[in-house]
Design a protein around this ligand. Structure first.
Ligand SMILES: [Zn+2]
Length: 98
């Protein structure tokens, strides 16, 4: 499922480094770079959107408060409203099936 894994920072080889418990995705695999020790989650939504889990949580919290996609975008300045829509869609599904 996941393609070749290399460190986002230095391009070094990454190895599995235990699990990361997240509020929205449950338990996900975490990886660590052998070279620079940078820890990350690869192949998931965080990687795809290049934003942090904290930002995603913030987006979902605002969405649940009834804020529009554009209002959320204005608050979280680093994302477009399309990205906000994608994130909401992606995680809503997971929250319901939890
Ligand atoms: Zn690295």
């Amino acid at each position: 499922m996941l393609s070749k894994m290399e460190c986002k920072k230095c391009g070094g080889e990454v190895v599995k480094a235990g699990f990361w418990d997240t509020m929205y995705r449950g338990r996900i695999q975490r990886y660590r770079c052998n070279k620079c020790r940078h820890q990350s989650v690869y192949g998931g939504i965080y990687h795809r959107y290049r934003i942090s889990e904290a930002t995603i949580k913030q987006i979902l919290a605002l969405h649940r408060q009834g804020k529009s996609l554009r209002q959320i975008r204005d608050k979280i300045k680093i994302v477009s409203h399309v990205t906000v829509a994608n994130i909401v869609k992606h995680f809503q599904h997971r929250i319901r099936t939890k």
